[in-house]
Design a binder for this molecule. Structure first.
Ligand code: GAL
Length: 447
């Protein structure tokens, strides 16, 4: 009997120890509340409890310019209507293509201070930088719960997937290879927008002779040089070879890359002198003001023009960048859920707005992009965006490297370094060698 009792005491002591230990190891989070007294109504399930505690949502992006900021606000409005008690913190870092934001984000993530959700390009930028490094939570369950596996294109889901999970919610599809032009200048000079790179220089010479700056460039960030270069690469080598650059099948030391660099160098004779002081939207503005005839930039320019109340086909013209008609050079902005997000419940609610038809149809007409979903309401989109929808549905799609779809951030940094030097000295051989080295360093080209 005595043996039995002391055994019982031992068991009780051991159990108490286990409970005490597990209580100690439970992380103390600010949203955790003390357990309610026994006689009150039953404890709410943990998710519900967290929801009651989350009063904030911090969204990190680089959308500060006209059009992109409007689109973001439109999604915020939808969120606020659904969750009026939640305060949205709009954490933006200005600088096209995330040129400044990405560094700030990296520091925050490294120091364990992630936002609740952040803008990231679908493709290599997302997977190589954040998913492989184990910094993200999967969002596959959100896709399943909302039936999104059937409304997002399979190819897009593929580039945001890794090891059987989906990692972000894409909000849009942007087209990189667009030439925007001033219709009045072209009409006045009896010119047609150039269809290929030879025509580009014929038109550019005529414009120059008429005293007009042919091409507006705003490369205060080197990404805008990369952007122009990716359109030229595609125009020179076509979609298959362009895709091969990112898989190692197309030779970075080959004649097409050299030709693309030569064309880039030649174009620098036709751009505004103050190009290195301007941002992408300032370059787009030059076309509207008649200070330049053309600009090669992604279709966030369409969003910027919409923010100025300008209409495509009337107040400005557009055409695929020279030599790229029939090909869609794409990128996609998406939002994800970082590990350790301070308000994960609100972050998931945000992602639901991002992926909803309502969210996408509010965001994209202002942003100058088409919905990532295939069921967007076409009537809400202007004539440029309707044409982009048609092109996306029928053209071969190739990934933008400048905007994270085609290559890892490390590789893009290598390309940016080569292009910074190239814009300064226009040395084609040196640039080609540096681009090849960037591919080697990325582990895609062999020495
Ligand atoms: C891209 C981004 C676009 C737009 C653009 C200019 O990288 O995908 O949404 O913001 O930069 O900043």
């Amino acid at each position: 009997m005595r043996v039995k009792r002391s055994l019982l005491i031992l068991v009780i002591l051991a159990l108490v120890g286990v409970f005490a230990l597990s209580a100690c190891s439970a992380p103390a989070t600010p949203t955790q509340e003390p357990p309610p007294p026994q006689e009150e109504k039953p404890t709410p399930p943990p998710a519900e409890e967290a929801m009651q505690g989350e009063k904030e949502l911090e969204i990190f992006s680089w959308w500060t310019a006209g059009g992109e900021a409007d689109g973001l606000n439109a999604m915020f409005e939808i969120f606020k209507k659904k969750y009026p008690d939640v305060e949205i913190v709009n954490a933006t870092v200005a600088g096209g293509a995330g040129s400044n934001a990405k560094a700030v984000l990296a520091t925050r993530m490294q120091s364990g201070n992630p936002p609740d959700s952040f803008q990231v390009h679908a493709g290599h930028e997302l997977i190589d930088t954040w998913v492989v490094a184990d910094k993200m939570e999967p969002v596959t369950d959100i896709f399943k719960e909302n039936g999104w596996l059937d409304v997002f294109p399979k190819d897009l889901i593929d580039i945001i997937s890794y090891e059987g999970e989906i990692w972000t919610v894409p909000v849009n599809i942007h087209r990189s290879n667009v030439l925007w032009y001033n219709k009045d200048i072209f009409e006045k000079n009896g010119l047609e927008p150039p269809k290929n790179l030879d025509e580009f220089f014929t038109v550019a010479d005529a414009l120059k002779a008429a005293g007009v700056t042919p091409l507006a460039l705003g490369d205060n960030g080197v990404w805008a040089d990369n952007h122009l270069f990716e359109s030229i690469l595609l125009g020179v080598m076509g979609p298959e070879k362009y895709k091969g650059l990112w898989t190692g099948e197309t030779d970075w030391k080959g004649p097409e890359v050299k030709q693309a660099l030569e064309i880039f160098a030649k174009m620098m004779d036709y751009v505004n002198e103050d190009h290195s002081a301007l941002s992408w939207d300032q370059a787009a503005q030059m076309v509207i003001d008649g200070d330049a005839a053309m600009n090669i930039m992604g279709d966030w320019v369409a969003g910027y023009y919409t923010s100025l109340d300008l209409e495509p086909g009337k107040d400005y013209g557009w055409t695929p960048s020279p030599g790229t008609d029939g090909v869609f050079l794409m990128l996609s902005d998406s939002f994800g859920l970082p590990k350790g997000a301070p308000h994960p419940v609100n972050a998931r609610r945000w992602l639901e707005v991002c992926g909803s038809k309502e969210g996408q149809d509010a965001f994209n007409p202002l942003k100058g992009s088409i919905p990532a979903r295939t069921d967007g309401d076409r009537e809400l989109y202007n004539s440029y965006l309707q044409a982009a929808m048609d092109a996306f549905a029928s053209n071969p799609i190739v990934p933008s490297f400048t905007h994270g779809a085609a290559a890892s951030e490390g590789w893009v940094t290598g390309i940016s370094d080569a292009m910074s030097l190239f814009v300064a000295d226009l040395n084609v051989d040196e640039a080609q060698n540096n681009l090849y080295q960037a591919c080697v360093n990325a582990g895609v080209c062999s020495e």
